[in-house]
Design a protein around this ligand. Structure first.
Ligand code: NAD
Length: 504
């Protein structure tokens, strides 16, 4: 019997255990994949103390941006060397297929961390304004300084990428950080922690405390020495975090849920739109915040489009995650598996028609683990629960529209506003339509394109603030204005506005 690997948490550069363990289960067969030391309130407190000590010592915060950039570039390089280890843990903890884990979960993580390494060296930490002449001659210097200790709370779907979106800009700006990864998927991040230490990131700058949201997560949000919290997860927990962070007036960025529409226009290249819509929704079993889960199809094309969608979706092959032939893996957990199946049933109750899938795939290999067939629901209307709530499963809802105005109305009729796609052969028409959509990202004729130089985040209840983009360090810095008098003498000051009488 092979031994199950164990992982400690990372506090102050040391691997720590507490005697309590989180069991990491492989979603493809529900087997035990690893044991991870479980942290709670006490370990978060310890990690914050270590982060604060590291920050105040200046060992990282006072290092030159170029030196910080160099260490971060080494980390990105070492991640590339260890790609197989990182891919392996994303497969066994996340249920990602080997193709997807290589190209997306880990490939994108390396690319994005390299971008943050570059930003660390090029970001404008200091800007001098042109000298002012009124009311007196002086100079203003605008400085962006690290906040101090930042906190990051991340979800299970892209544990590495989405947490690096927080660690990268935070440490590039000179902060220390305490991370609370999702309790189901902390492995890739703990591997990253080891790499960062090996590359010379000083102890205490990055601390990783796996644990539950209710204790470890909540403590990180309420801790008085944490100046900023970056959270990716559900809108429900996002609201709770915002409330709790207000007690200590913490800075917050929130990346929350989505129910992204894919609008197929009547001039779309249908072959491209069919493949693109399926990639947009089914990739990683729809467990992506910006998945295109509602496809809006013109009435005139509806039947043909559905027929082509079903035919193409039937080619999606479920199977072992480590097989390069497998297209789709399992759902993350038993709880999420049941939720997806319940929502499909609810859709049917409300009048949607299941034209593909709808249940657990047949076959012995799918009896254990958390499998759901690629599912297509037609005749969905936007008032149904399946069209309003995030399903986070391989479930595509097909809605009908009569004209473009109605498509925009349906697309925007959601509490969410994370992303949208438009499928059209007319770029000018698509660009015009993009202006009407309430979404942080609009992709035209593609999906899941996340460029690290382009800001990512949501309108409405999909979040607050943006991650990525050239200005992403702004979210991890305080702005300080320094004024330097250049006039020199007393006479040129406007103090006579107050002091107009001579001394006795
Ligand atoms: P979740 O909100 O349940 O959990 C996210 C994280 O918050 C986990 O680490 C969890 O332990 C922690 N947490 C839970 N309760 C907490 C509390 N009271 N205080 C502090 N932390 C707490 O979300 P999930 O199910 O893990 O992830 C799926 C959700 O994440 C979906 O809604 C999805 O749309 C969203 N998501 C958004 C983005 C984005 O960029 N907008 C990206 C990925 C996922």
């Amino acid at each position: 019997m092979t031994e199950v690997p164990t992982y400690g948490m990372l506090i102050n550069g040391e691997s720590r255990e507490t005697g309590e363990w989180l069991e990491i289960r492989n979603p493809q067969d529900d087997s035990l994949a690893a044991r991870v030391a479980r942290g709670s309130t006490a370990e978060i407190d310890e990690a914050v103390t270590a982060a604060k000590r590291a920050f105040n010592s200046g060992v990282w915060s006072k290092r030159s941006p170029v030196e910080r950039s160099r260490v971060m570039a080494d980390i990105a390089e070492k991640m590339a060397e260890r790609i197989e280890d990182l891919v392996h843990v994303e497969m066994i903890a996340n249920g990602a297929t080997v193709r997807q884990a290589t190209g997306f979960h880990v490939g994108i993580a390396i690319q994005h961390f390299s971008y943050f390494a570059e930003l660390a060296g090029t970001y404008e930490f200091e800007t001098a304004l042109p000298p002012q002449t009124y009311p007196t001659l002086g100079q203003n210097i605008i400085r962006r300084e690290p906040i101090g200790v930042c906190g990051a709370i991340s979800p299970w779907n892209f544990p590495l990428v989405l947490t690096l979106w927080k660690i990268g800009p935070a440490i590039a700006a000179g902060n220390s950080i305490v991370v609370k990864p999702d309790e189901k998927t902390p492995l890739s991040l703990l591997e990253f922690g080891r790499i960062a230490e090996e590359c010379g990131l000083p102890p205490g700058v990055l601390n990783i405390v796996p644990g539950e949201g209710v204790d470890a997560g909540a403590r990180l949000v309420s801790h008085p020495d944490v100046g900023k919290v970056a959270f990716t997860g559900s809108t429900e927990i996002g609201r709770e975090i915002m409330r709790s962070a207000s007690d200590t007036v913490k800075r917050v960025t929130l990346e929350l849920g989505g129910k992204s529409p894919s609008i197929v226009l009547d001039d779309a290249d249908l072959q491209l739109a069919v493949d693109g819509v399926l990639f947009g929704c089914m990739f990683y079993s729809g467990q992506i915040c910006e998945s295109g889960t509602r496809v809006l199809v013109p009435d005139s094309l509806y039947d043909e489009f559905v027929e082509r969608l079903v035919r193409r979706a039937k080619t999606i092959k479920l199977g072992p995650t480590d097989d390069w032939e497998t297209d789709l893996g399992p759902i993350i957990s038993a709880k999420q598996h049941q939720r997806v199946l319940d929502l499909i049933a609810r859709g049917e109750d409300e009048g949607a028609k299941i034209v593909l899938g709808g249940g657990v795939p047949e076959g012995d290999e799918f009896r254990c683990g958390f499998w759901v067939e690629p599912t297509i629901l037609t005749e969905v209307t936007n008032d149904m629960k399946v069209a309003r709530e995030e399903i986070f499963g391989p479930v595509l809802c097909v809605l009908r529209y009569q004209d473009e105005d109605e498509a925009v109305e349906i697309a925007n009729d959601s509490i969410y506003g994370l992303a949208a796609t438009i499928w059209s052969s007319d770029n000018a028409r698509a660009l015009e339509l993009a202006e009407e959509l309430q979404a942080g990202t609009v992709w035209i004729n593609d999906h899941h394109q996340v460029n690290p130089a382009a800001p990512f985040g949501g309108y409405k209840q999909s979040g607050i603030g943006r991650e990525l983009g050239a200005n992403c360090l702004d979210e991890y810095t305080e702005t300080k204005t320094i004024y330097l008098d250049l006039s020199g003498d007393l006479e040129s000051r406007p103090y006579d506005l107050l002091l107009s009488h001579d001394e006795e």
